[in-house]
Design a protein around this ligand. Structure first.
Ligand SMILES: [Zn+2]
Length: 410
């Protein structure tokens, strides 16, 4: 049997086309509640007769670190992407981490393509495209920039015509629907051996599991996944992270502003708070998540850590080395302290630096340990997963390629 080794893990060659879907912000309850409401007959069948597991995502439970873990099969300590945004110690500047130059290893997608598989990647937002498409000889484009796709850059052209849907707004459910519609058209027209579809969490930031807004989204997804299954594809679904309400009893955002607090203790410009959730698309979360990292001079470190730990809403404060070990993060890209807030609390820098005017619904967000549980759902039964007491979302390719029984469940 032909296999391929990538980043120290061995994968069997696919016998049927494999579609891995990363549903952004998919708390497990979204699946069960939409199924219970009768809105997702296909997913209900998978939960009942396929294989459905709960696993852990990477902390910080943000989009980019987890998407990269899923496609490389390893934690951020190995692939290097630990946020959307970081303080580059070498450059002495705060920068976005969405450039492939920050990737420290290749992807399973690129390795299969290199070995001769037909590979296609469709992502909702363009911010992920270059990372997911790192050294990939295949198709790779985003819904957001579908109209700009070219053979040279994306391995495909005339995407909008192929999909038959107008390019949606970056803040819409349709941005994710475009991903599924494109995936289905690609499966029908080119039948890729391996396809990776990654949505956006616009809906999950706005709507709680079981609400009409959420159920309608999953009903849409259900139709596409059912059609991919009918075409003979193995469907493997996971998520980059979960999602929780981050509000006080009155519905206002429940924020701890770390920079303001630390400045009050040790004075201004002695510490730098970095929020790795920061990206160019902040309207739906105001750059507020449950994970932060703090750069602070050594003499102040113990004091600041102790006082942070006493703040209401703080779950954990760890020094760099301990946090890097526990969460498998690259120490050189994290601050001196790592701060995680509790389930319904988010972390900000200074109140004056967060524009919350775009929040048109009570804040829901992610980033912490409280958003670590994610689904892993397959349309085939497993023959057992040996040696896996704790399943991770970045085991999805291993399970899909190495541990599924062939043939759909009867
Ligand atoms: Zn996400």
């Amino acid at each position: 049997m032909r296999t391929l080794e990538v980043n120290g893990r061995r994968y069997r060659w696919m016998s049927d086309p494999l579609v891995v879907v990363c549903v952004d912000g998919c708390e497990y309850d979204y699946l069960t509640q939409a199924a219970a409401a009768g809105r997702t007959p296909y997913l209900a069948k998978l939960l009942r007769e396929g294989s459905a597991f709960k696993g852990d995502c990477v902390v910080p439970s943000f989009t980019n670190p987890n998407n990269l873990s899923i496609v490389t099969g390893v934690p951020p300590a190995v692939h290097g992407i630990c946020g959307n945004y970081f303080f580059d110690r070498e450059a002495g500047a705060e920068v976005m981490m969405n450039d492939p130059k920050y990737l420290r290893t290749g992807t399973v997608l690129a390795a299969f393509a290199e070995a001769g598989a037909k590979v296609a990647v469709v992502t909702a937002k363009d911010k992920l495209r270059k990372l997911l498409g790192f050294r990939l000889k295949g198709i790779c484009f985003s819904s957001e920039k579908a109209h700009e796709a070219s053979l040279a850059e994306n391995g495909i052209e005339e995407v909008v015509k192929l999909v038959g849907m107008p390019v949606p707004s970056v803040y819409s459910a349709e941005l994710s629907e475009f991903v599924f519609a494109a995936g289905l058209k690609l499966m029908r027209s080119r039948r890729p051996d391996l396809m990776y579809l990654s949505t956006t969490d616009y809906i999950q930031h706005k709507y709680a599991p079981g609400s009409e807004g959420a159920n309608a989204f999953y009903a849409m997804m259900d139709r596409y996944l059912g059609e991919l299954d009918a075409l003979g594809a193995v469907v493997a679904l996971t998520a980059d992270h979960g999602m929780n309400a981050k509000t006080r009893a009155d519905g206002s955002p429940n924020v701890v502003y770390l920079q303001d607090a630390i400045d009050g203790w040790i004075g201004k410009e002695r510490a730098r708070v970095i929020l790795p959730i920061t990206d160019p698309y902040v309207v739906h979360h105001g750059a507020l998540g449950s994970f932060a990292t703090v750069y602070v001079e050594e003499t102040q470190r113990r004091q600041v850590a102790a006082r942070l730990a006493e703040l209401e809403g703080i779950e954990l404060v760890l020094a760099n080395a301990e946090a890097s070990r526990r969460f498998e993060l690259p120490p050189d890209r994290m601050g001196d302290l790592v701060v995680v807030s509790t389930k319904h609390v988010v972390l900000g820098t200074s109140a004056s630096r967060h524009d919350l005017s775009g929040l048109d619904a009570p804040l829901r967000s992610h980033g912490g340990i409280s958003e670590q549980t994610v689904p892993l759902v397959f349309n085939r039964r497993t023959a057992g997963i040996p040696g896996k007491p704790r399943l991770r979302n970045f085991d999805v390719l291993d399970v899909a390629l190495n541990h599924l029984e062939s043939g759909a469940p009867r």
